[in-house]
Ligand binder design. Structure first.
Ligand code: ADP
Ligand code: MG
Length: 326
């Protein structure tokens, strides 16, 4: 069934999938770079195609289409195609060193279902192994334009807000309760997300869904997380998780990071942004301060109900708690 490295036309009877990523038919204009014109004229541009029956729709083994990069991390590339589809693939070192990573993420997304995750539209194969997956492009809770413009943690106008999407910020209380419901749905399926923060939330209609299940685990079979994966979003992490990066993930860790996420959504500011800005601390220093007992100041939350729910979620992740639920 492997489609590895083989152009679709070598599979007799297989047709390009009816929802290929469209490539403009017209010739590239003179202003196009030589690279983009050679890509759009390649015979492999319609690389989304149907796999053998009973496998995912629109699997692909080539990704030569023109794309825009949404994100690049040590473990993954995330590219946008035709302003509609997002392809997340392993970066090359992790494709070699950590082959099951994307397969694991796809598996958990399928278990989480469309009420918690985005449906998978297709998969990408590299040398016969799953190396990526396709989802629909959705609006993100973190406003990507502002992240790019300002850098993480920096605010626009004297700390009022904002790297949260303006629509989410405007309806932040409602969104926070939708987020609580989303996490309850995920946990009720016995799935722990493992990397909850605003950059891993997208909007579907006016509701929220998780993305980025790379660190997710089934609660029934927890596995220790690799410390390197925790560094990027350290400031959301629970003191327990920071103190022992080899400890298995628990529901309490998800609840604490959810509390931090709600704090960020409500204030529009990265947790501990004042330390970042005022005292010029880096992530490692913030992490050390959290381990030493630093906690966010919840008095900045002017809504009592929101403040209470955030306090409850943060409390669930305190080191002396063995919370399995709220
Ligand atoms: N379906 C999607 N729609 C919109 N943006 C997306 C989508 N998938 C990923 N992204 C963007 O790409 C970023 C990185 O993707 P993610 O799955 O979180 O990978 P990583 O493991 O690198 O954090 C996200 O924070 C989000 O901004
Ligand atoms: Mg992410």
């Amino acid at each position: 069934m492997a489609t590895s490295g083989t152009p679709y036309y070598s599979y007799p009877g297989q047709q390009p999938h009816p929802i290929p990523i469209s490539v403009p038919d017209s010739k590239p204009s003179d202003s196009d770079s030589p690279l983009s014109s050679s890509i759009s004229q390649s015979p492999l541009v319609h690389a989304f195609f149907t796999d053998p029956p009973n496998t995912w729709p629109s699997d692909l083994s080539d990704k030569l289409l023109q794309s825009t990069s949404l994100s690049a991390s040590p473990t993954s590339y995330v590219d946008l195609y035709d302003n509609k589809y997002v392809l997340k693939t392993n970066t090359l070192p992790s494709a070699i060193l950590d082959r099951p990573r994307l397969a694991h993420e796809i598996h958990i997304m399928a278990l989480a279902g469309p009420e918690c995750a985005l449906p998978i539209l297709g998969r990408h194969f590299l040398h016969g192994k799953i190396n990526g997956f396709v989802t629909e492009y959705k609006k993100c809770v973190l406003d990507r334009r502002l992240i790019g413009e300002l850098g993480p943690g920096h605010t626009h106008t004297n700390g009022v807000r904002i790297d949260i999407d303006p629509g989410v910020y405007k309806n932040r209380k409602e969104m926070i309760f939708k987020f609580v419901a989303l996490l309850e749905r995920l946990h009720s399926k016995g799935i722990l997300h493992g990397d909850i923060n605003p950059s891993n939330l997208v909007l579907v209609d006016s509701d929220l869904r998780f993305i980025d299940f790379a660190e997710s685990v089934l609660e029934s079979s927890p596995r220790p997380l690799h410390p390197k994966n925790r560094v990027l979003t350290a400031r959301y992490n629970s003191p327990t998780a920071l103190n022992d990066t080899f400890a298995p993930l628990t529901r309490a860790d998800d609840l604490y990071t959810a509390g931090m996420t709600m704090l960020h959504m409500y204030t529009g500011r990265l947790p501990f942004a004042d330390l970042w800005e005022g005292e010029d601390m880096d992530e490692v220093e913030v992490e050390e301060r959290i381990m030493g007992g630093l906690r966010p100041d919840l008095s900045v939350i002017d809504d009592e109900e929101v403040r209470e729910v955030i306090a409850r979620y943060l409390q669930a992740g305190e080191p002396n708690r063995q919370a399995t639920s709220l």
